[in-house]
Design a protein around this ligand. Structure first.
Ligand SMILES: N[C@@H](CCC(=O)N[C@@H](CS)C(=O)NCC(=O)O)C(=O)O
Length: 388
C-alpha cells in the first residue's frame, strides 16, 4: 500500500531539516519503506481537505490505505510498530524505547520550542533578555539530564531506536543556539544520528523540495495563495520582508501615521520556527504587504517608501514620528524607521523645484537639498531665490 506524507511546499527553514516531516521521512528510510510526499502551501494546510486529516492544520500527516495519522510521535510509533528496525523485540526494551519517544516530544521539545519562539517574536520586548536567560536555563537543565543519562553510550538505551530518532531531531533545533555545544556527548549523539544513511536520505529528500523551488518560492507560495483568496482586492503589492515578528505592529503604526491608510488583514501562521505573518495594508491608497517570516532577508535602502506631502508641516509630522523610538535620520529627506524600513519624506514643493524647467532653479534646489537631512523647504526656496 502506498504511504503518502505531507510536507511544506515552501519550508520556512529553507531546507535545514527542522520541519517535522524530516523525522517521518527518517523513520520510513530507516525501515526501508517507500513513500510519496504531498507538498502543501500554508493556506492549503488550513483548508477543509487537510483539516479532515489533521485537526490542527499542520504537517506532517501520514496516509496508508484507510489510515490517516497526524502527530509525528504517533506516526513514527506506527511505522516502528509495523516494520522492523526502530524498536527492540524484547518487550521491556521496547517499552523503554517508546518512553524515550514520549520524552522527546513531551519533555524535551516544549522548552526548546518556547526558546525558539521567544527569540523570534519577543526579542523587542523590554523583558526579553531576562526571559531568554530563564528559557536558556530551562533548556540547559534538560540537556544536562539527558547528557548524564547518555553518558558515554552511543544511544539512549542500547541499540538505535525510534526514541533516539525523535530525540536527535528534537535536539537539532538547538544547534545554532550554542547550548547543544556545551554538552560534547550530546553534540556527538546528534552528529551520530545525522551520520546514519537513512537520515542522510531523509534530509536530502526534504532539502530537494527547497532546492527545486528555491528561496523565491518561500515568498511566492504565500503570495500566490493570497492572490487566490476571495478577500483579495488588489493583485499587486509591494512586499516588505520582516524578520522580527513586528510586521503587524509596523503596519498598524504606518497606517495610523499616513492619512488614507488601513490594515486590510493579518494572516498569522506557524512556520515551524515560530510565529510568522502576512499583513496586507493600504498606505495612502497604495497597496503594501509585510511578510514577516524569519531571518532569511534584511531590509535595505534599495527599497524605500516615498511620501510626497502637501507642505512642510505634514512632512515634519511624518518625519518626527518615523525617526522617533530608534528611527534614524539619513540624508536628502531619507530616513530609516524603528523597524528598519527606509522612507523618503518631502513636501511636493521640493519636486516642483528640483524638476523645474529652468535649469538654474533645479540645480540650486538640488544642491541645497543635498546638504539637508530632513527637508527644509524654506532654505531650498531661499537658495533658488538667490540664483533667479
Ligand atoms: N506536535 C506536532 C507539531 C506539528 C507542527 O508544529 N508542524 C509545523 C511544521 S514543523 C506546522 O505545520 N506548522 C504550521 C502551522 O502550525 O500552521 C507534531 O509533532 O506533528
Amino acid at each position: 500500500m502506498t504511504i503518502t506524507i505531507t510536507a511544506f511546499e515552501a519550508s520556512p527553514d529553507r531546507g535545514q531539516g527542522l520541519a517535522r516531516d524530516t523525522r517521518v521521512r527518517w523513520a520510513l528510510e530507516e525501515v526501508g519503506q517507500p513513500y510519496e510526499v504531498r507538498l502543501l502551501s500554508f493556506l492549503a494546510m488550513k483548508e477543509p481537505a487537510h483539516l479532515a486529516l489533521h485537526p490542527f492544520g499542520q504537517i506532517p500527516t501520514y496516509e496508508e490505505g484507510d489510515l490517516g495519522l497526524f502527530e509525528t510521535g504517533a506516526i513514527v510509533f506506527h511505522i516502528a510498530e509495523r516494520h522492523a528496525g526502530l524498536l527492540p523485540s524484547n518487550a521491556n526494551a521496547r517499552a523503554r524505547a517508546i518512553a524515550w519517544m514520549f520524552a522527546a516530544v513531551n519533555t524535551v521539545e516544549p522548552p526548546i520550542l518556547e526558546l525558539a519562539t521567544a527569540k523570534l517574536v519577543e526579542s523587542d520586548k523590554p523583558w526579553s533578555e531576562e526571559r531568554l536567560l530563564l528559557l536558556h536555563e530551562r533548556v540547559r537543565n534538560r540537556l544536562k539530564q539527558i547528557s548524564v543519562r547518555l553518558g558515554g553510550a552511543d544511544w539512549l538505551d542500547g541499540a538505535f531506536s525510534a526514541g533516539d530518532l525523535m530525540m536527535v531531531h528534537v535536539l537539532q533545533r538547538l544547534k545554532p543556539s550554542g547550548i547543544l555545544g556545551e554538552f560534547s556527548n550530546l553534540s556527538a549523539y546528534v552528529a551520530r544520528g545525522e551520520a546514519r544513511p537513512a537520515y542522510k536520505r531523509a534530509f536530502a529528500g526534504q532539502l530537494a523540495v527547497f532546492t527545486n523551488k528555491n528561496a523565491e518560492s518561500v515568498r511566492s507560495a504565500v503570495h500566490e495563495q493570497i492572490i487566490r483568496s476571495n478577500t483579495m482586492t488588489n493583485s499587486i503589492r509591494t512586499c516588505l520582508w520582516f524578520k522580527d515578528g513586528r510586521g503587524p505592529e509596523a503596519a498598524a503604526f504606518y497606517c495610523a501615521l499616513i492619512p488614507g491608510s488601513r490594515v486590510e488583514r493579518i494572516f498569522r501562521f506557524d512556520n515551524g520556527m515560530g510565529a510568522a505573518s502576512v499583513t496586507d495594508f493600504t498606505l495612502g491608497g497604495a497597496p503594501y504587504q509585510i511578510l514577516d517570516a524569519g531571518p532569511h532577508f534584511d531590509l535595505t535602502e534599495a527599497v524605500s517608501i516615498s511620501v510626497e506631502t502637501d507642505d512642510q508641516a505634514e512632512s515634519d509630522r511624518i518625519w518626527y514620528a518615523l525617526t522617533a523610538d530608534g528611527g534614524k535620520e539619513s540624508a536628502c529627506g531619507w530616513l530609516k524607521d524603528r523597524y528598519g524600513v527606509s522612507w523618503q519624506v518631502y513636501p511636493k514643493r521640493l519636486t516642483e523645484l528640483t524638476m523645474h524647467s529652468n535649469e538654474a532653479v533645479s540645480k540650486a534646489a538640488m544642491a541645497e537639498m543635498m546638504k539637508q537631512k530632513k527637508i527644509d523647504i524654506a532654505a531650498i526656496e531661499a537658495a533658488v531665490k538667490a540664483v533667479t
